[in-house]
Design a protein around this ligand. Structure first.
Ligand SMILES: [Zn+2]
Length: 586
């Protein structure tokens, strides 16, 4: 399927009656030039959802969603871009034209479509086999034994694959798929003799889908002993990338947007159990360490990410790295400690959903979590053991902002547990400054969330620029990547510079985070009065100051003292300049 021409997409946008379209999902009331109503994307009692009927845009000041009519249909009806365009074209009577584009791209798209179709068929085949074959009886018993209903199992399209060598290979080839396609989709392998056989045999199959619900691969659990590893996944291929995958994201995403939270667990059946218990904003990372890509996807789904993972040592290291990356993106990361080493599935089954929910609500910041681990592992019987724990705890607490309730609470806890005076805990750690500033030192406390503050300041400046005509354009042009701490605001700056007069033009549907940010900025920019030059100047200088501060921190990390001194001088200059501007405006 080729893409629609830009022209026909524009005609669809023109034809849409935004009030009628959005009005079918939520009641709208006119307030000035806009219409407002309760947001269809999150639960709320007072309307923070706003529609601009002229420019045909929507934006929620509560949860931050926003976009045009096509985006609205994508989100409310869970359609991908082409399907949303088609549905709108149908609804408003627009004839769509398809683009004839280059044959190589067309071939690639065809191939991907075939692989997707093959994987869908495979998922269907496995599901039927699970529910209808005798061979799968043990698998059905296993799933039931884990307390999982047929309904939830079917919703996740769990299946079973025959133990014979080539059932999938034969069935797929009969349906017209080639051996090469079977291998490319990760369903078949070539033996030493060149023969083709099924990669998965005698296993419970969990389809791994992307956010849109398209199957990309499978996670497979062995039912018989001694037949390879207990868990076997699709290996990396042109569609499936392990580090990108979040099991259940297609079903969890909508709920995560509503609740503002996404829960990350380890196993497939944990996800099924949580969804069945009503905690539908749950996904799994399937035993791997959390990757940046997964974290980005999680951050796009909800502002709060709660990790309910096995808290072993390696897991902790991964968590620390994740925490640091999350902070950079303005996402909050919390850790829910698993009670008595029970996995989430056991916990909801035995303790009930209310107890598990409480447990999630009590999730702590990564630093708190780590300090508690140190205390739990400490050898309290010997002075040397207590000193070691004290040392480690001090290092961790040293990264928590001073004069904060969290810090006080942690200090109290450590002092209590080690039976030492509190000032032993607050005393400067016996490590050198240099060591504590190393990149692998613990992250700052997440609750302070410097990432969020930076994001708010950067976003506010973009709004101000957009509201301020030519002067705003000029100031936007002065911003460099260095002024913006987040990839999202950097992309937004780039987009706004290129489309200053029509910020919503050419927003790619592949980047929903950018689309939401730009739409919000555009809507607010239109409602804000033009800023005066001193106001723009002052806000720009504040970003400049933050930029220099970030560089200073980096230089300190690298122990480049000469650079630190130079940057400190530059920061002074900026402060003086700010004073001058303020003097002028006062
Ligand atoms: Zn909302």
């Amino acid at each position: 399927m080729a893409l629609f021409t830009t022209d026909s997409i524009e005609r669809v946008r023109d034809a849409v009656d935004m009030v009628e379209l959005v009005g079918s999902k939520t009641d709208l009331r006119r307030v000035g030039s806009r219409l407002t109503g309760l947001c269809p994307f999150h639960d709320e009692r007072t309307p923070s959802f706003s529609v601009d009927p002229e420019r045909k845009l929507y934006h929620c000041f509560g949860c931050g969603v926003g976009g045009d009519a096509i985006r609205f249909v994508q989100e409310t009806e869970a359609l991908d871009f082409p399907d949303a365009v088609e549905s709108l074209a149908d609804r408003y009577g627009v004839r769509l034209e398809r683009e004839e584009d280059d044959p190589a791209a067309e071939r690639r798209r065809r191939r991907r479509e075939r692989l997707h179709a093959l994987l869908e068929r495979a998922a269907g085949f496995y599901t039927t086999y699970l529910w209808e074959s005798r061979e799968a009886e043990r698998a059905r018993a296993y799933l039931a034994g884990r307390g999982l209903s047929e309904q939830i199992t079917r919703e996740f399209r769990v299946g079973y694959t025959p133990s014979a060598w080539d059932r999938m290979v034969v069935a797929a080839q009969q349906s017209g798929f080639t051996p090469e396609e079977l291998v490319a989709a990760g369903l078949a392998q070539r033996g030493r003799g060149g023969g083709l056989y099924d990669r998965f045999r005698g296993r419970i199959m969990f389809p791994l889908a992307d956010a849109r619900g398209r199957v990309l691969g499978f996670g497979a659990r062995a039912m018989a002993d001694g037949r390879g590893p207990k868990y076997l996944n699709t290996s990396e291929n042109e569609l499936y990338h392990k580090g990108r995958q979040l099991f259940g994201i297609d079903l969890a995403r909508g709920h995560a947007a509503k609740t503002g939270r996404i829960v990350v667990v380890e196993g497939y059946t944990d996800v099924l159990a949580l969804h069945q218990a009503g905690i539908r904003e749950s996904v799994a990372i399937m035993g791997t360490a959390l990757t940046q890509e997964q974290l980005a996807e999680l951050g796009r789904s909800a502002p709060l990410v709660v990790l309910a993972l096995d808290a072993d040592r390696s897991g902790q290291e991964a968590m620390l790295r994740a925490a640091r990356a999350a902070e950079d993106r303005g996402t909050q990361l919390r850790v829910a400690e698993l009670v008595d080493g029970k996995d989430p599935a056991d916990a909801v089954t035995s303790g009930g959903v209310a107890a598990f929910e409480k447990h999630l609500e009590r999730a702590m910041s990564v630093v708190e979590f780590q300090v508690r681990r140190v205390l739990a592992d400490a050898d309290l019987d010997t002075p040397a053991g207590r000193d070691r724990a004290l040392e480690e705890a001090r290092k961790l607490i040293g990264a928590v902002p001073e004069r904060s309730a969290t810090r006080d609470a942690l200090v109290g806890e450590v002092a209590d547990r080690l039976d030492l005076p509190a000032d032993y805990v607050t005393a400067a750690p016996a490590v050198s400054e240099r060591e504590s500033a190393r990149p692998d030192a613990p992250p700052r406390l997440l609750s302070a969330s410097p990432g969020e503050a930076a994001f708010a300041a950067e976003r506010a400046f973009l709004v101000m620029c957009l509201a301020s005509g030519e002067l705003g354009r000029e100031y936007l042009g002065r911003l460099s990547d260095g002024h913006l701490s987040l990839p999202a605001t950097r992309r937004a700056r780039e987009h706004l510079l290129a489309h200053f007069d029509d910020p919503l033009a050419e927003l790619s549907e592949d980047d929903p985070a950018l689309a939401a940010l730009v739409t919000g900025v555009a809507v607010e920019g239109q409602e804000q009065p033009e800023a005066t030059e001193p106001a723009l100047q002052l806000d720009f200088l504040q970003l400049e100051q933050r930029r220099i501060e970030r560089e200073i921190r980096r230089a300190e990390t690298e122990s480049d003292l000469a650079l630190v001194r130079r940057l400190a001088g530059a920061k002074q200059d900026v402060r003086r300049e700010m004073d001058t501007v303020m003097g002028r405006t006062a």
